[in-house]
Design a protein around this ligand. Structure first.
Ligand code: CTP
Ligand code: MG
Length: 225
């Protein structure tokens, strides 16, 4: 199965409060984004990969992978969805077709298992819509009232945490994202754009440790393993 990859990596990592964007922080001797890219570069079927970077990113050119012929650089945008949209346009320029599969994966999610990537590809390859890696919620959920007290306990079995990669057809995803952005809808992942377009993405169960590094304790957790 052949597929393309877009890696949004144009964020500043404000919640990490580090001296550089979190994708360039070290984990086991290499920076997060190098771990993130490795999983895709090792997977047979990769047609090409676009990494979306801030135009004034000064760290990327220092990395060995900046010279990898399979990787193309695109400009990031104001929000994650703008960055992804730029990445999708770059794929078209590389020759990707409208029906080709695209996997979008956060640069700040460096612990993707090869087995999860393979499960996602195998599960969705004949799916009419596509879908995402996700994890069933484990903890009991509480709905907060305005006074900071519990207002109710919803049925946990219906809730999943949305992870990445998220896998959709290039044309359908580009249309959904650009229409949703034009309509001013808040879009935090690809699936929510597809949902807004009336599609129901498939949930593919993945490993819980494919976490997004968001706060300092997330990186401490990965470093301790
Ligand atoms: N991202 C992006 N373009 C943006 C914002 C985010 O490409 N305009 C990327 C980030 O680099 C990250 C992924 O989207 O790999 C997930 O976003 P998030 O965890 O929110 O990262 P940051 O925006 O960098 O962090 P923060 O929100 O704490 O500033
Ligand atoms: Mg952000």
């Amino acid at each position: 199965l052949s597929f393309w990859v877009v890696i949004p990596a144009a964020g500043v990592g404000s919640r990490m409060r580090a001296d550089r964007p979190k994708q360039y922080l070290p984990l086991n001797g290499r920076c997060l984004i190098e771990h993130t890219l490795d999983c895709f570069l090792d997977q047979p079927g990769l047609s090409g990969l676009v990494v979306c970077l801030s135009p004034d990113d000064e760290w990327w050119p220092e990395l060995a992978c900046a010279c990898d012929p399979r990787i193309t650089r695109a400009d990031g945008g104001r929000e994650r969805a703008d960055s992804v949209l730029n990445g999708l346009q770059a794929l078209t320029a590389l020759g990707a077709g409208e029906q080709d599969w695209v996997l979008v994966h956060d640069a700040a999610r460096p612990n993707l298992a090869q087995s999860d990537l393979q499960t996602l590809l195998a599960t969705l390859q004949h799916d009419p819509i596509g879908g995402l890696l996700a994890v069933p919620v484990r903890d009991t959920l509480k709905l907060a009232g305005p006074d900071g007290r519990v207002s109710s306990t919803p049925d946990r079995s219906l809730f999943w945490q949305a992870y990445t990669p998220q896998m959709f057809r290039l044309g359908a995803l580009r249309t959904a994202l650009s229409d949703a952005l034009a309509a001013g809808v808040a879009i935090t992942d690809e699936a929510s754009a597809m949902e807004w377009a009336g599609q129901a993405p498939r949930l593919v169960e993945g490993r819980a440790d494919n976490i997004k590094v968001t706060r300092p304790e997330d990186l401490e957790f990965l470093r301790r393993r």
